[in-house]
Design a binder for this molecule. Structure first.
Ligand code: R5P
Length: 261
């Protein structure tokens, strides 16, 4: 692997543990002003010291993140459809590689929609992006978006992750599911998990993160389950301890209570 690509990946996936805690704040690209992300700078700034990488769009990066922060950026570069539009899977590449380089990113991220109406378009978006990024040593994160009619099970997610890896993704973001070891076990590149909608309790989030790590994930890329929590800093610190120090959900709960205080 090219030195530059290895170096960029090592900024995101910490060499000391081989793991990462990414903070996802790219939701506005199809959801608009998501709750608690109406003013991104206010929400994101206190969390940055605990994030191994930040995943924004270029608009939020340029307008709401101080460039003096030394946090690696995984830039969302796909989009083009909204939650009220015809079909979310109808995505294109929305930000050029030149623009990503200008913003000194560590990686770029793009969604694929396996099994959806625009499956082929999103998969060829991925391979085109990988071709362009390889030239400059920029890793591509493929996000396995799940369409309305798709089951979030290990068969589907394993298929989507494997296709992403086959097309050249450096690592994959997917959803946690039963038999998750079948997803990580058949994906030749590292997997991180998304959080999804805010869960009922913090313990649910801690269990999901710990189980995913136990079944081969190399980290998380959480959004709403961190910044929609009233104790968001305590949440990200706790997730960091689960991912990098293998603490159990019970120990995590104790840490969360301590840091919340
Ligand atoms: C979805 O495609 C976006 O990439 C989000 O960043 C992703 O869903 C992770 O955020 P959350 O943990 O809120 O689901």
């Amino acid at each position: 692997m090219d030195w530059g690509k290895q170096n960029r990946l090592a900024r995101i996936i910490k060499p000391e543990t081989g793991r990462t805690v990414m903070l996802a704040v790219d939701h506005g690209y199809f959801l608009g002003p998501t709750r608690m992300l109406e003013e991104p700078e206010k929400t994101v700034t206190p969390l940055l010291p605990y994030a191994d990488a930040l995943m924004p769009t270029r608009g939020v990066l340029r307008n709401c993140v101080d460039p003096k922060w030394n946090v690696p950026i995984v830039l969302r570069v796909s989009g083009g459809s909204s939650i009220i539009g015809e079909d979310l899977s109808n995505e294109s590449i929305t930000t050029s590689v030149k623009e990503a380089i200008r913003m000194n990113v560590a990686a770029v991220a793009l969604s694929i929609f396996v099994g959806s109406k625009y499956e082929k378009q999103t998969l060829t978006n991925l391979s085109t992006l990988v071709d362009e990024c390889e030239e400059y040593g920029i890793p591509v994160l493929a996000v396995t978006a799940v369409g309305k009619d798709m089951a979030r099970d290990s068969r589907y997610l394993g298929l989507a992750c494997r296709i992403a890896a086959e097309l050249g993704a450096a690592y994959v973001k997917t959803y946690y599911c039963d038999d998750f070891e079948n997803v990580t076990g058949s994906c030749p590149v590292p997997c991180v998990i998304a959080g999804g909608k805010k869960m009922e309790t913090e313990m649910d989030v801690f269990k999901m993160a710990a189980e995913a790590i136990g079944q081969g994930a190399i980290g998380v890329d959480f959004g709403r389950n961190i910044w929609q929590n009233p104790n968001a800093v305590a949440m990200i610190r706790t997730i960091h301890a689960i991912v990098h120090h293998n603490i159990s959900p019970e120990e995590a709960h104790e840490k969360f209570q301590e840091w919340k205080g």
